[in-house]
Design a protein around this ligand. Structure first.
Ligand SMILES: Cc1ncc(COP(=O)(O)O)c(C=O)c1O
Ligand SMILES: C[C@@H](O)[C@H](N)C(=O)O
Length: 406
């Protein structure tokens, strides 16, 4: 310890100087303030943990169940790049069987599943795909098919029911005689259920019809089947029949099925072989991936049966919203687990205000615009959560302060 005090040292031989005692008491004060802040933070966290959050932002928000965590902990694994992870193998075999396709491949996300599928079908420069103007591939995947794959999108308007008019699809196919100036159409993409149209289901008849158009013109058909299990349950049509006309399908396990991570793409053996190589190119080849696939297998076993209840909760939500003055939702369009509702003209509240108000009451949802809100039901939302949320929305609208004095 130094034997004198100066401005740079803390102690002097004669003991604490008066400056130091000042310093010491301010340090004490700071540390007490920090302690108080830490205690407040601890209390806030305790409150947040005890107050269950009703998370309606998406069906991507579910937490892995105890059975999933146990399966992950005990998963049999191996290096899925050098050899084959046995649990990934089991999942892929199961998904190929469910979808009626020759082979399957586990991928980290639905976005990568769609990207790989498009790039396998469109492996020649100057390729073009026909897809919905309100499709996930076109809106929410960073234009990856173009920025990474050099593939040109040709959009056709999505109808409110999620379909694209068959004649408009056919009209969008490039005439090969114009190949000097036209891109070459190689693929048609559908999305079932169609998320941005409110989780609407494409019928098997419609899908087969589009498949016939694709075949007639020598094209392939890809289905973004992020929620294909929801569509299958809502329509009462087995998944394999719903996707029969497709050459490839990307199926999300991390949405309504509740797996923590991952999607699976399915198709012919030769398609999946090419997809496996592209997955590696994109950095999606993972090592002991069985840890993730084990949870996905549990999701398939446990959660497909819960989808119908999700759809019923969505319907219940929509019917309840319709009882609230100032809100509008077409209950007949609620076919699966997604509900869009509108704040009607003249209501003094904006979607963002409602979102903030609900967040303060432990309810999370995502505004689509200043007057339109989306909620997505999943197996970790109970019917009492639905009722609680409806009462919070009711209270927010009736007790609403007039915004900006208008
Ligand atoms: C219809 C649809 N397709 C694809 C995706 C992409 O899935 P991921 O978020 O796993 O990339 C999503 C949502 O995320 C989706 O809603
Ligand atoms: C927003 C979108 O990417 C996501 N698939 C969802 O539905 O929440």
């Amino acid at each position: 310890m130094s034997d004198h005090y100066d401005n740079n040292n803390w102690f002097s031989g004669s003991g604490l100087s008066c400056d130091f005692s000042l310093l010491f008491s301010s340090v004490l004060l700071c540390s007490r303030k920090e302690e108080e802040e830490e205690e407040q933070l601890r209390q806030f966290r305790r409150k947040m943990v005890t107050r269950t959050t009703v998370d309606l932002r998406s069906d991507t928000v579910t937490k892995p169940t105890e059975s999933m965590r146990a399966a992950m902990a005990n998963a049999e694994v191996d290096d899925d790049v050098l050899t084959y992870d046995p649990t990934a193998f089991r999942l892929e075999a199961e998904m190929a069987k469910i979808t009626g396709k020759e082979a399957a491949l586990f991928v980290p996300s639905g976005t990568m599943g769609n990207l790989i599928s498009v790039l396998v079908h469109c492996d020649v420069r100057g390729s073009e795909i026909i897809l919905g103007d309100n499709s996930h591939i076109h809106i929410y995947e960073n234009g990856g098919i173009s920025t990474i794959g050099g593939v040109h999108p040709r959009t056709v308007k999505n109808n409110p029911d999620g379909t694209m008019d068959i004649d408009l699809i056919e009209a969008a196919i490039r005439d090969p005689r114009g190949e000097l100036v036209y891109p070459t159409t190689r693929l048609i993409c559908l999305e079932n259920s169609q998320a941005n149209c409110g989780g609407r289901c494409l019928s098997v008849e419609y899908t087969d019809r589009v498949g016939e158009i694709a075949k007639k013109h020598g094209l392939k058909l890809h289905i973004d089947g992020a929620r294909i299990f929801n569509a299958s349950v809502a329509l009462g049509v087995p998944v394999h029949r719903l996707v029969e006309a497709a050459d490839s399908v990307s199926v999300c396990l991390s949405k309504g099925l509740g797996a923590p991570v991952g999607s699976v793409i399915v198709g012919s053996k030769s398609f999946i072989n090419k997809a496996r190589r592209l997955r590696k190119t994109l950095g999606g080849g993972m090592r002991q991936v069985g840890i993730l696939c084990a949870a996905a297998l549990v999701a398939l076993q446990e959660n497909v049966a819960k989808l119908e209840a999700d759809h019923k909760k969505a319907k219940m939500f929509a019917e309840g919203l319709n009882q609230i003055k100032g809100l509008k939702v077409d209950v007949n369009t609620v076919e699966t687990n997604i509900v869009y509702f509108d704040i009607v003209e003249g209501s003094k509240i904006k979607a963002e205000t409602l979102r903030k108000n609900l967040e303060e009451h432990g309810v999370l949802l995502m505004p689509e615009s200043s007057s339109r809100i989306r909620i997505v039901l999943h197996h970790q939302i109970s019917t009492s959560d639905v009722q609680y949320t409806l009462s919070c929305i009711q209270q927010a609208l009736t007790g609403v302060q007039v915004e900006n004095g208008i």
